[in-house]
Design a protein around this ligand. Structure first.
Ligand SMILES: Nc1ncnc2c1ncn2[C@@H]1O[C@H](COP(=O)(O)OP(=O)(O)OP(=O)(O)O)[C@@H](O)[C@H]1O
Ligand SMILES: [Mg+2]
Length: 508
């Protein structure tokens, strides 16, 4: 074989033949027939809950198909566990990252196959192996950093390196770029291309249709567990994909959004805020105003949000809500009417092993409880109303873990709607949310503003910020480096400010 990488990554031909899957009597995949060509990027698109992750989990041994067969290199297989799939060269970069936070980057990458000398971990060899592997991807990671301390974008890189370290030939990436932006996303795209060029198969699940069109060779559309079609990416456009996914065309993605009243009061006044990653930030948000925080991943946007919310201790500065000084703690923030929707639903948001209903009302127990007891009826009604508004259908007594990733995000949103009274901070509100439901979330944000709440939106998607915000603050190095409103709110202005060379800026 002329292919250089084929020696360590034998090519795999993976096929699904008539595959079906049901959960609790509901069919989530029905008669799926698919062939994944080796050396190609095969994308899987569909709305939240369409069955994308479930399909990938059947290939990777997390679930067994209820009907039909999985065929690898012409041989029927029935993986009893992800371990067995991995032994056949199939690895997953999961939608919810599965790393060991207390271990270092290098330890996570080589977990289970660490080099040992006389029974002891050989740290030098581990480091060298890590550097070799990381170089091939262009990822810059400190091998000795604890994974738990890394931001999501970097944890993702660790997962990708881990799959490569295990010599996987079929790599499933379930929304790999949802947590990345700009430079990191470009790096990942480069990795995907290189993987395919060296004979790997990449199964790419993504809600970013431009990314799907750009990266993949073939695209499969799923809708409600049905296979709509598979064809070359070159034959599709964003519009044809959306139509296939939704079964209808989509109007404008962004709702009408009238600006706050000229005499609207300031609901949030932040002065000289100092905190880890926040270097002196002053900003105001008026009632009914949507202010966007733009910037690159790592610019300090989430840090600013956390410092305002009191999730990290402020080192200096003040936060006033409705003219009242809010001390640096989450209870104080909640008491004063600030609510934050965090960017990572798994670690900061949802209790996966609890019912959807309880997750919606969780931080709102005071409102539904009388004398310390949760009143089931009130909880039920409150939760149902909110879930309807965020378009999460089905029985809300199911555990959150039974929801697709995008629908979990909507549950977080439902909870915030119950809680925010003056200020809502939404950090990456539509991460992992499909194009159709994205509109539902935008509507909710605009509704909140129309009701007089001041909204801070953080997003790495510049289009989203431009479409939603009345005013944009660009963050770099934990500071506000530019502010745009009205005609000046253009993609070019925002990106230029976000990327500008920090050294030039310091001296200006
Ligand atoms: N463990 C489970 N138990 C019960 N139902 C489940 C389970 N896992 C998934 N489902 C259901 O199966 C359907 C498909 O879910 P899946 O996670 O495959 O969707 P998806 O296409 O990956 O969506 P998203 O874009 O939101 O990630 C959903 O209706 C979901 O609620
Ligand atoms: Mg999914």
């Amino acid at each position: 074989m002329p292919n250089t990488a084929s020696s360590d990554a034998p090519q795999l031909l993976v096929e699904l033949r008539g595959v079906g899957k049901t959960f609790g009597g509901t069919s989530v995949l029905d008669d799926i027939n698919l062939v994944f060509q080796p050396g190609a990027v095969h994308a899987l698109v569909g709305e939240n809950g369409a069955g994308k992750s479930t399909l990938s989990k059947i290939i990777s041994g997390v679930y067994s198909a209820d009907s039909g067969t999985l065929v690898v290199n012409g041989e029927e297989v029935d993986f009893g566990s992800p371990r067995e799939a991995l032994d056949r060269g199939i690895a997953t970069i999961a939608q919810d990252l599965a790393l060991v936070p207390a271990l270092t980057v290098a330890e996570n990458v080589f977990l289970g196959r660490e080099p040992r000398t006389g029974g002891f971990l050989d740290r030098r060899t581990l480091r060298r192996q890590f550097v070799d592997l990381a170089e091939g991807t262009g990822f810059e990671l400190n091998p000795d950093a604890k994974v738990g301390s890394l931001r999501t974008a970097d944890q993702q890189k660790v997962e990708i390196l881990r799959a490569l370290a295990r010599g996987a030939s079929f790599i499933i990436m379930d929304e790999p770029t949802a947590a990345l932006s700009g430079h990191d996303m470009e790096l990942l795209h480069g990795v995907v291309r290189r993987l395919a060029a060296s004979g790997h198969t990449v199964l790419l699940i993504s809600h970013y249709l431009s990314e799907v069109l750009e990266l993949s060779d073939n695209i499969t559309i799923l809708r409600d567990g049905h296979h709509i079609r598979t064809g070359p990416a070159a034959a599709e456009t964003e519009a044809t994909l959306i139509e296939g996914m939704l079964g209808r065309t989509l109007g404008s993605v962004f709702p009408e959004n009238s600006p706050a009243a000229a005499d609207a009061a300031d609901v949030l006044v932040v002065t000289d805020l100092m905190a880890p990653g926040v270097n002196g930030v002053s900003l105001t948000v008026r009632a009914g105003e949507i202010v966007g925080l733009a910037g690159l991943v790592g610019a300090g946007r989430s840090e600013i949000a956390h410092a305002i919310y009191g999730a990290v201790r402020r080192a200096g500065g003040t936060v006033e809500v409705d003219g009242v000084d809010s001390s640096s703690s989450i209870p104080a923030a909640l008491h004063n009417g600030i609510f934050l929707i965090p960017e990572s639903r798994k670690e900061q948001g949802l209790v996966l092993s609890r019912p959807i209903r309880q997750n919606v009302t969780l931080s709102n127990l005071l409102q539904v409880a009388t004398g310390g007891w949760v009143r089931p009826t009130r909880e039920k009604l409150a939760a149902r109303d909110m879930l309807e508004r965020v378009t999460v259908a089905g029985d809300d007594r199911r555990n959150v873990s039974a929801l697709s990733g995008g629908n979990q995000q909507k549950v977080l949103f439902a909870r915030a709607l119950q809680r925010s009274r003056s200020v809502l901070i939404a950090d990456e509100p539509t991460r992992g949310v499909d194009v159709g439901s994205r509109r539902a979330i935008y509507d909710l944000i605009v509704d909140q503003a129309a009701a007089g709440i001041g909204v801070l939106v953080i997003s790495s998607d510049v289009e989203e910020i431009l479409g939603l915000a009345h005013r944009i603050l660009v963050i770099r190095n934990g500071r506000i480096v530019a502010e745009f409103a009205g005609e000046d709110m253009t993609e070019e202005n925002v990106l230029t400010a976000a990327f500008a060379d920090p050294i030039t800026k310091e001296t200006s």
